[in-house]
Design a protein around this ligand. Structure first.
Ligand SMILES: Cc1cc2nc3c(=O)[nH]c(=O)nc-3n(C[C@H](O)[C@H](O)[C@H](O)COP(=O)(O)O)c2cc1C
Length: 174
């Protein structure tokens, strides 16, 4: 659905004391969204239920960031990421997301869970927004989507691990 929405490049904000929460099934389809998720994204819980999480994807988000996210959770690990999301009317909101696998009673992964809080403003403006713009430029400059993703993912991981840190250490060093 987000492909049909025109981004306004107008930023909206949420309460620094609140968390935007969602849960998904193994394919990333929404199974739960909290009130603040619905309010900021501009959808009802009913409209969101069963939809792919990419419903709130912003076109400025590099595909490589979602690859890092999915690689981690499908490997049973938690992951942290700065994400620019798009509301129903095309406005956007930045979040600092923590995404984890959820386990059932037999310790099998049965879905995923994300809590998001207000990100550090300085980091979004000075580091993440320009870095993500660079990654999307790399993705767009390649002859096809597959090569674009590979090149941008390589650049992301090289930047993140330049000081022998892991991707998570990089995100937390910002
Ligand atoms: C628990 C969970 C939370 C996610 N949160 C977001 C999010 O806030 N915004 C977003 O664009 N994608 C989020 N994703 C990733 C989406 O599933 C999807 O990979 C991404 O939107 C890119 O979609 P596309 O590959 O169809 O372009 C989340 C995935 C999971 C499993």
């Amino acid at each position: 659905m987000s492909q049909l929405i025109t981004p306004t490049q107008r930023e909206i904000f949420f309460d620094p004391d609140s968390f935007i929460v969602s849960k998904t099934d193994l394919k990333g389809r929404l199974t739960y969204t909290n009130r603040i998720f619905c309010e900021i994204a501009g959808y009802t819980e009913k409209e969101l239920a069963g939809q792919p999480h990419s419903m709130i994807r912003h076109p400025d988000m590099p595909r490589a960031v979602f690859k890092v996210l999915w690689d981690a959770i499908q490997d049973g690990r938690e992951v942290f990421a700065y994400v620019k999301n798009m509301a129903r009317n095309g406005d956007h909101y930045w979040v600092f997301a923590h995404v984890t696998p959820s386990y059932d009673g037999n310790l099998k992964v049965c879905g995923y869970h994300s809590n998001r809080r207000v990100p550090k403003r300085d980091v979004v403006e000075k580091v993440i927004a320009p870095f993500y713009a660079e990654l999307t430029r790399i993705e767009a400059s390649c002859p096809n989507a597959k090569e674009g993703l590979a090149a941008s993912h390589r650049h992301l991981m090289q930047t993140a691990t330049a000081n022998k840190a892991s991707y998570d250490e990089f995100v937390f060093s910002l």
